[in-house]
Design a protein around this ligand. Structure first.
Ligand code: GLV
Length: 338
């Protein structure tokens, strides 16, 4: 029997590629842009393993054309790009990369939170434009962070890691999670579960209060999103709910764009119904809604919350390991989604 065939939809860190090449016949789409659908359909025909990214929609039509596929390793913790039911009906294992990107994403969430509160990007642009003519007591006034209330929407691994950091800023932490209390694994669990809410039922090892979504939105000075995208969370922050936020509050989204109704957010920013937003993700990536970029009270970055060299390499290695588990060791992947 020859080595199993694996297809990778994009250039990935070298260590992960080598891991796969040692045991499999690997083909790769060698670009740093998403693979065109027709090319994916062609490449996947013979593949037993697929290493894909969150930018690759793996739907039932794609899977129909992949009769030999046994495992899909998504190189991301989120897996809303994959039709899980279609994969399950074909007995294809699906895995993600939970755990290893938790702290990196939490660090980045804080970078955004601090930057939007203290207007760092605006001030940097001002400086570079040569507009600084001297110190002014009223220049670039932002909001304090310490002592404020942080609302975490989605209290899984990443939500809890963000909340833990808030202790250093003497913040009050509220959280909301759509998952019922006590249903999921504790934070730090390597298992890839459906929800962000691993640990939503376990009291965290620091003060944090579980509240309703409405209470969280009304009370928080900073709202940070950490739920997965699924039918339950799509447009969770719609126009009506955004209206519950304080005019002095900030929204940070490092989860998935469609959790927020982007048009409603743009309008809320424009009308100063909230103080600002820092976004890593967008409703229809890589595009963003017209008018958003014109708002000075926003920070907009291109989906880079887990983008540290170390973490991106570890994510790809974990995805590679998940493929090897199924195709070489004939085991379940360590982070099986379904
Ligand atoms: C990034 O967005 C991820 O889901 O890993």
């Amino acid at each position: 029997m020859g080595k199993p065939r694996v297809f990778i939809t994009r250039r990935i860190p070298e260590t992960a590629l080598q891991k796969l090449q040692a045991h499999c016949r690997v083909r790769l789409y060698p670009k740093s842009t998403p693979i065109p659908r027709t090319r994916l359909q062609r490449e996947i025909l013979e593949a037993e393993g697929l290493l894909c990214l969150l930018t690759d929609p793996i739907d039932s039509k794609i899977l129909e054309g992949a009769p030999k596929l046994k495992v899909i390793a998504n190189c991301a913790v989120g897996f809303d790009n994959i039709d899980l039911a279609a994969a399950a009906s074909r007995h294809i294992a699906v895995s993600n990369t939970p755990g290893i990107l938790t702290e990196t994403t939490a660090d980045f969430t804080w970078a955004l939170l601090l930057a939007v509160a203290r207007r760092i990007v605006e001030a940097d642009r001002f400086m570079r434009a040569g507009k600084y003519r001297g110190w002014d007591p009223l220049m670039f006034l932002g909001s304090d962070v310490h002592g404020k209330t942080l609302g975490i929407l989605g209290f899984g691994r990443i939500g809890q890691a963000v909340a833990r950091r808030a202790q250093g800023f003497s913040m009050r932490v509220l959280y909301y999670d759509p998952a019922p209390a006590g249903t999921l694994a504790p934070s730090g669990s390597p298992a890839g579960t459906q929800s962000s809410a691993e640990g939503a039922g376990t009291p965290p090892p620091f003060p944090a209060q579980r509240v309703s979504l409405e209470e969280l939105l009304r009370e928080s000075d900073f709202v940070s999103i950490h739920t997965p995208l699924n039918p339950q969370t799509r447009h969770l922050l719609n126009r009506e709910r955004l209206r519950l936020m304080k005019p002095s509050a900030y929204l940070i989204n490092t989860a998935r764009g469609p959790i927020v109704e982007e048009k409603a957010l743009r309008d809320a920013l424009k009308r100063k119904e909230i103080a600002g937003a820092a976004l890593d993700v967008y409703e229809k990536e890589p595009r963003m809604i017209p008018g958003l970029a014109a708002r000075p009270n926003t920070i907009l970055v291109p989906h880079i919350a887990s983008a540290s060299r170390q973490t991106r390499a570890r994510m790809a290695e974990m995805a590679a390991e998940n493929i090897l588990a199924v195709l070489v060791r004939h085991e379940q992947p360590a982070s099986l989604v379904t």
